[in-house]
Write a protein that binds this ligand. Structure first.
Ligand SMILES: [Zn+2]
Length: 250
């Protein structure tokens, strides 16, 4: 169990305050109640920034009970670690999300952030504004997907075909503009029977309309030496796509 207090000294009314954070919200609330800090002081719930603002006397109490003193840099590291976990979870449920978006319903995910990828649960809420309700069915679905992913951290996720072409981190080797990825046209089954890509298509976002007078020049500029400019990148992205995504072949 690790709870942290930082070295901030912010004045609030007649008190000097610092932040109290933890690896998990569970640990954070447990410590808050142990040092008699009310739940209303909990800030940024459900985000990687989840913390309490506590005064110096409470800080001393927390340290006595085992809280670790950290500096600003370590706070940033802790928040970043949690953000990475939430990103991974977001990617995991991208497919589910895309279906949700398509049905034109609004869902959002409440996540209990954790620095250890083995202890995260997700709650799904549905609706907008004051009409938000907890959605048990989606929550069960998402948590069982999470349980599967926890057992095999390398598990592939379904390629979000509804969203394709999807943006990727790589840039166009010719003009440096962002690239989009299409995949799933060619597939093969791996040893476990999962369909994985044998080819991908990278699209440069600078491509003009096909009918436009600029298209011929753009094409000559971008594809004069495809084996030199594009093939190495395509092979790298294909390897990543084969690791990350599976495809549904009907
Ligand atoms: Zn380009």
């Amino acid at each position: 169990m690790t709870v942290y207090v930082d070295d901030m000294q912010a004045k609030y009314r007649r008190m000097v305050m610092c932040h109290m954070l933890a690896d998990t919200d569970e640990e954070l609330h447990a410590m808050a109640s142990a040092i008699d800090v009310a739940r209303k002081w909990h800030q940024k719930p459900g985000t990687p920034h989840s913390h309490y603002d506590i005064c110096m006397s409470k800080k001393a109490k927390a340290i006595k009970l085992g809280a670790k003193q950290i500096g600003r840099k370590e706070v940033a590291e802790l928040v970043n670690k949690k953000r990475l976990v939430s990103l991974a979870i977001f990617q995991l449920f991208q497919c589910e999300m895309s279906r949700v978006i398509e049905r034109n319903e609004s869902y959002f995910f409440g996540i209990d952030y954790a620095t250890r990828p083995d202890i995260t649960t997700v709650s799904v809420f549905k609706g907008v504004g004051p009409d938000i309700t907890f959605d048990q069915i989606q929550t069960d679905k998402v948590n069982s997907a999470l349980a599967v992913a926890k057992k095999s951290p390398q598990a592939r996720i379904q390629f979000p075909e509804h969203l394709a072409p999807i943006p990727i981190a790589a840039e166009c080797p010719i003009c440096g503009k962002p690239l989009l990825l299409n995949a799933g046209e060619g597939c093969e089954q791996d040893a476990n029977g999962e369909w994985i890509a044998t080819e991908i298509e990278l699209l440069c976002t600078s491509e003009p309309e096909f009918n436009s007078p600029d298209w011929d020049d753009w094409y000559r500029w971008h594809y004069s030496m495809p084996y030199v400019d594009w093939l190495p990148l395509e092979q790298r992205v294909l390897r990543a796509v084969r690791k990350k995504y599976f495809f549904r072949v009907d």
